[in-house]
Design a protein around this ligand. Sequence first.
Ligand SMILES: C[S@@+](CC[C@H](N)C(=O)[O-])C[C@H]1O[C@@H](n2cnc3c(N)ncnc32)[C@H](O)[C@@H]1O
Length: 238
Amino acid sequence: MSGGIMRPRVVCRHGSPTCRHGSPVVTGRPRPVASRLVAAEHYFTSTPTGPGRRRTVLVTLAGREVKVHTSGGVFSPAHVDTGTQVLLREAPPPPEDGTFLDLGCGWGPIALSLALIRPETTVYAVDVNERARDLTRDNAAALELPGVVVASPDEVADHVRFDLLWSNPPIRVGKPALHAMLEHWLPRLAPSGAAYLVVQKNLGADSLQRWCSDELGMRCDRYAVAKGFRLLRVARDG
Ligand SMILES: C[S@@+](CC[C@H](N)C(=O)[O-])C[C@H]1O[C@@H](n2cnc3c(N)ncnc32)[C@H](O)[C@@H]1O
């Protein structure tokens, strides 16, 4: 007999457990309470407690088919997220050399792509989620990409400056946390550096663009638009 109290599944009336349209309705087959608690854990939790069983996924990064490890408790474990694909396809080629940052690396699709394209560079892969960091570290090692430096935000020395920042930022952490994160990292662009941020139009891409200009005083342009996402380019050069 499977243990645990069974309670009905809660979703919103639009069918999505994450929808913000209104109060939830109760529907569907009951699921064990434990499984609901796991489902509620966010991908940006620093120490995920849900099942961490690894899986191997075949993905295309930088034009190469590669096997990577992903797991539960980490963003987009089944495939390369659509927004991330937009960034990887639409952003201009990275500079020939320099120091790059993948802000919020998850299991590493952006950092790994940068390192596959520019194996001689240093690519910082930063995430608050320790499971994400472990996956990115192991994926970089398996792909023989020693330039990938995996770190928690606190572990990156203050003096490091970035020639390029690519990010699919964690919009769902909420505006205060998102803004605090960007206020910390965007001013660390080198004078001629640039950041490319992919944000879903429906999740506040336009207001984030305004915020970068108005509050950070940085130049923020809409560099590309695809599949409901905006790719924002942020730079110091006003
Ligand atoms: C939308 S996911 C993108 C993950 C990965 N780059 C990808 O494209 O699949 C955003 C990531 O940001 C991480 N994150 C959340 N808050 C953060 C913070 N303050 N600093 C660094 N990373 C953060 C989350 O843990 C998550 O892995």
